[in-house]
Design a protein around this ligand. Structure first.
Ligand code: ZN
Length: 247
């Protein structure tokens, strides 16, 4: 389990952000940090489907979202896991609000924002129902869904676990690589978690992670290059969300 050393690194990282006009609040920084990790875990899910040949029965996007919750739950102590899960739950609420005037994207490969929100809340709650009842209350997860969440999480964790066990290691590896820019706080945040994944997992083939401008709000896995690209526009969008949320 990863620990609590990160906040100090986070603070240092954000202090060195020359681009920020004002230093962000702790909550805003935690929101961005949490979502950057959740998105990395989600893209890691797409990478595992490709590299390990994980069978996906249903939407791959749902499987990737589910892995994100499994890793959030397993990589961190309770406080850090909660902060990360909170950030993602809030992200989907804010995204739904941002897109409220548009026709719902029924044909999209992803579920609707509010569906992703509730499934995220359900799985995170279901991973530890005794300690996380406040997620059900705060995010108004209906009781009829909440009562099945422990089973939903158990099935999800067991399914992903079959493949995570295959790549688990006690010896930190280097199969996931990223060039971290020490002057860029988000690069540091991403690189820290790439290192975290390397501490737990060794992939049979190399995966690269990069943070770069791509002209759209996106993050994606490319099977041709076995790479995860995190677009800086996505990071900008996260910061915009913190403003809209008043964090
Ligand atoms: Zn995806």
């Amino acid at each position: 389990m990863r620990k609590t050393a990160f906040p100090a690194i986070l603070a240092l990282a954000f202090l060195t952000t020359a681009a920020a006009a004002e230093e962000p609040s702790d909550e805003a920084a935690e929101f961005v940090r949490g979502n950057v990790w959740s998105i990395l875990y989600h893209e890691f899910g797409h990478a595992l489907v490709d590299i390990l040949g994980v069978p996906v029965m249903g939407r791959e996007e749902d499987a990737a979202d589910a892995l994100s919750v499994v890793l959030t739950n397993e990589m961190w102590d309770e406080d850090m896991a909660r902060t990360t899960a909170w950030a993602t739950a809030e992200f989907w609420l804010q995204s739904a609000s941002d897109n409220a005037d548009e026709e719902p994207a029924y044909a999209d490969v992803h579920g609707l924002d509010m569906q992703r929100h509730f499934t995220h809340v359900c799985l995170f709650y279901g991973a530890n129902p005794d300690a996380r009842g406040d997620f059900v209350t705060e995010f108004e997860l209906p009781e009829e869904r909440a009562e099945g969440c422990a089973d939903e999480y158990a099935r999800t964790a067991e399914s992903w676990g079959l493949y995570l066990d295959e790549i688990a290691t006690d010896e930190p590896g280097t199969s996931i690589s990223m060039d971290v820019d020490p002057a860029d706080s988000i690069s540091i945040v991403l690189g820290y978690e790439v290192e975290g994944l390397n501490e737990r997992y060794v992939l049979p083939e190399g995966l690269t992670v990069s943070l770069e401008s791509c002209g759209e709000i996106n993050a994606f896995y490319d099977s041709a290059t076995m790479s995860v690209t995190f677009c800086t526009e996505y990071v900008d969008y996260l910061w915009e969300q913190t403003e809209a949320m008043g964090l």
